[in-house]
Design a protein around this ligand. Structure first.
Ligand code: CMP
Length: 138
């Protein structure tokens, strides 16, 4: 477990949260778990309708595959898992770490709370959601 200040600094280092006030950072820190995964770990599986966590890459890289075909590579500062959460549907892709990766993992309940609390997060998630839906529809 990281010390509270170290956890706040880690979260502040993620561009997604760079604009947050100290109070907002504390709110994120209180609900986000820091998880380290090795390369080659499936973090989200396409079609899974049970797991609904939202994940932010603090440091690392992942592949996003739909029906086995790579549709994106995400890296530090990017996030994933918002689609199933917001649509209450199955996962739309399989996301696998391609190198040792450090993640912030947020439960669905906490994700909804954070979205309400942080307008900047809300607009970034909305933009990514639109882009990804659009890309997947092509
Ligand atoms: P979700 O459907 O919950 O789980 C798989 C995740 O992969 C999805 O949320 C998005 O976060 C991400 N994803 C799906 N399609 C794309 C895409 N075209 N580009 C980038 N990320 C994607």
């Amino acid at each position: 477990m990281l010390r509270k200040d170290a956890k706040l600094e880690l979260i502040r280092s993620v561009p997604l949260f760079a604009q947050c006030t100290k109070k907002e950072l504390s709110a994120v820190a209180s609900v986000a778990e820091i998880v380290d995964v090795p390369a080659g770990q499936a973090l989200v599986r396409e079609g899974d309708s049970l797991a609904r966590e939202f994940m932010v890459i603090v440091d690392g890289a992942v592949d996003v595959r739909r029906r086995g075909r790579r549709v994106a590579t995400l890296g530090s500062g990017d996030f994933f898992g918002e689609m199933a959460l917001l649509a209450h549907g199955p996962r739309t892709a399989t996301v696998t770490s391609t190198r040792p990766t450090e993640l912030l993992v947020v439960t669905p309940e906490a994700f909804h709370e954070l979205l309400e609390r942080l307008p900047s997060l809300q607009s970034r998630v909305l933009k990514a959601l639109a882009e990804r839906l659009h890309a997947n529809a092509l």
